[in-house]
Ligand binder design. Structure first.
Ligand SMILES: [Ca+2]
Ligand SMILES: [Ca+2]
Length: 536
């Protein structure tokens, strides 16, 4: 993070903007550093011409893609995915129809996943250089794609210079973390105590001892996080996905999630981003319930929230072949979320495991995967596609979370087209036909299903911004929605069951056709099929 005694906030982000514009020769403002401090990088000369055009507000019809750089594309044969590799695959993502990228943490970190950051202003050298990152941004912008970065305000790495200084006894840095001599019985997010012993006291680490929680009651900490955000926005990035957003500030009595103080923190962060780069994305990882998410929107003004409740309902609906809970959840969301709130919808992410694995009960079912794709792209919200989901990638063999984050299967060859070397983790055997190269050659593949559905969504305002009304189709296995954008009205009707079903939908007008196939609607929904009905 930034230097102690750094310039005031306004001048600091202005400096970043000037650097991004290439107007300042020697980079961001520098000040003499102590051992514990890490510096904003000198990006003046080397990056000139490489930076993006400045952040871009996302389009309403946007579809985002979550990238784990380590596993996406290796460019130099060391088995580790990197930024030049990602850059080389951007035309692929544009072809798929993606309009935004969320990059999981790209900063230096002792872990493979990067959520324990040691320098928020730098790029993980395994992934490349700052210039490489700016190259990704430049090309993405040229292809009409936004780029948001993972920001982790809840904690740092235990190897961050601040925490090392704290352990060394520097009181200024000790105050940047949460300490107790007699810790209360707070449970961490993975069970067990949230407190960890060090030097005769205990520090808070909700996620792990390697990830000490920052003390946002120390104004210096919040200022540093704001400075980091302003720095990357100044370089032209389009916003942030904010990790563990409900845990940033703890409340009284062991309230480790959604504390009143936390809503206030989110409100200040959102206001800060709005001031620095109006329209930039702040996507909270709101891994919580619907009332809490709604409150982040209404009380904290949070722009975008991760729709975990919908994810849970959606996967359960696909597994149980019942639309009842999903329909109830959609109706509840329509009533609870304020208009204009961006709901980031998803069917998988780096914490959840691959949809193809979860739905392979008892065996892989391409029709069910295609139905999931159809639902993700036609339900309310802004879809976020986890890398590899477009081909129905399965979980790999790694333990704990590693198996959810294995290398992208590009081609049916050793190394999967991901690397010419030894992959950083065993990707396992790709299931037959589950590579990008194979599926692009097959117009009936899941990849083509995603591509068609993304294109369809883009051209139908009813799908990307229409109000949602849940209809009763008279069948437990059938989800029926009216999506109404005023100038366009469509009906999304999905049969989650294994048999063709007749439905009662008096709201669907006479002569409606399925815009996906052009077929007239005859009152029957085939098994595991999604219809998008409109009047021609
Ligand atoms: Ca590499
Ligand atoms: Ca915290």
């Amino acid at each position: 993070m930034a230097l102690r005694g750094a310039p005031a906030l306004a001048s600091r982000w202005l400096a970043a903007l000037v650097v991004a514009a290439g107007l300042l020769g020697s980079g961001a403002a520098q000040a003499p550093g102590a051992a514990a401090q890490s510096a904003a990088p000198d990006v003046g000369v080397a990056s000139r011409g490489a930076a993006g055009r400045g952040f871009l507000a996302p389009p309403e019809h946007g579809v985002w893609y979550q990238v784990f750089v380590r596993s996406f594309q290796d460019s130099d044969g060391d088995g580790v995915g990197d930024l030049p590799g990602l850059r080389s695959r951007l035309p692929y993502l544009a072809e798929l129809g993606v309009t935004g990228l969320w990059l999981m943490p790209v900063h230096p970190s002792p872990s493979y996943h990067g959520y324990d950051v040691t320098d928020h202003y730098a790029v993980n050298p395994e992934y490349g250089t700052l210039d490489d990152l700016l190259g990704v941004l430049h090309d993405a912008h040229a292809l009409g794609m936004r780029v948001i970065l993972d920001l982790v305000p809840n904690h740092t790495s235990s190897q961050h210079p601040w925490f090392r200084a704290a352990l060394a006894g520097d009181p200024a840095y000790r105050d940047r973390y949460v300490w107790s001599d007699d810790p209360p019985p707070w449970r961490g997010t993975f069970g067990g105590s949230a407190w960890h012993a060090a030097d005769g006291a205990y520090y808070l680490g909700l996620f792990s001892p390697d990830m000490p929680d920052l003390n946002h009651a120390d104004p210096a900490v919040e200022r540093e996080v704001h400075d980091v955000a302003a720095f990357w926005l100044g370089l032209g990035f389009d916003g942030f996905r904010v990790d563990a957003i409900q845990h940033v500030v703890e409340g009284e009595g062991g309230v480790i999630a959604n504390a009143p103080e936390n809503y206030a923190w989110v409100a200040r962060f959102q206001a800060h981003v709005d001031a620095v780069a109006p329209g930039a994305v702040v996507l909270g990882e709101t891994w919580t319930d619907m009332p809490a998410i709604a409150r982040y929107h209404t009380e904290a003004g949070l722009h975008a929230a991760t729709d975990y409740p919908l994810y849970q309902d959606l996967v359960r609906a696909l597994l149980t072949r019942s639309a009842a809970d999903l329909a109830f959840g959609l109706a509840q969301a329509e009533a609870m979320y304020p208009p204009g709130a961006m709901r980031a919808t998803f069917t998988s992410n780096h914490d959840q495991g691959r949809l193809a694995t979860r739905l392979s009960v008892p065996r892989r079912d391409e029709r069910r995967l295609a139905l999931a794709a159809g639902l993700l792209l036609t339900l309310p919200g802004t879809p976020f596609l986890y890398y590899g989901e477009e081909v129905g990638m399965t979980d790999g063999p790694g333990t704990f979370d590693v198996g959810k984050r294995t290398p992208m299967p590009w081609e049916p060859v050793p190394g999967l087209g991901f690397t010419t070397g030894e992959p950083w983790t065993d990707p396992g055997e790709a299931a037959p036909g589950v590579t990008v190269a194979e599926q692009r050659r097959d117009p009936t593949s899941l990849w083509w299903c995603y591509r068609r559905m993304i294109a369809l969504r883009r051209t139908h305002p009813a799908l990307y911004r229409g109000a949602t009304r849940v209809l009763d189709a008279g069948q437990r296995a059938v989800l029926a929605l009216e999506r109404d954008a005023g100038d366009e009205r469509l009906f999304v009707v999905a049969n989650l069951g294994a048999r063709d079903l007749a439905v009662e939908l008096p709201d669907v007008p006479e002569g409606a056709v399925d815009v996906l196939t052009g077929r007239a609607f005859d009152g029957t929904v085939p098994a595991l099929t999604l219809l998008v009905l409109g009047t021609p």
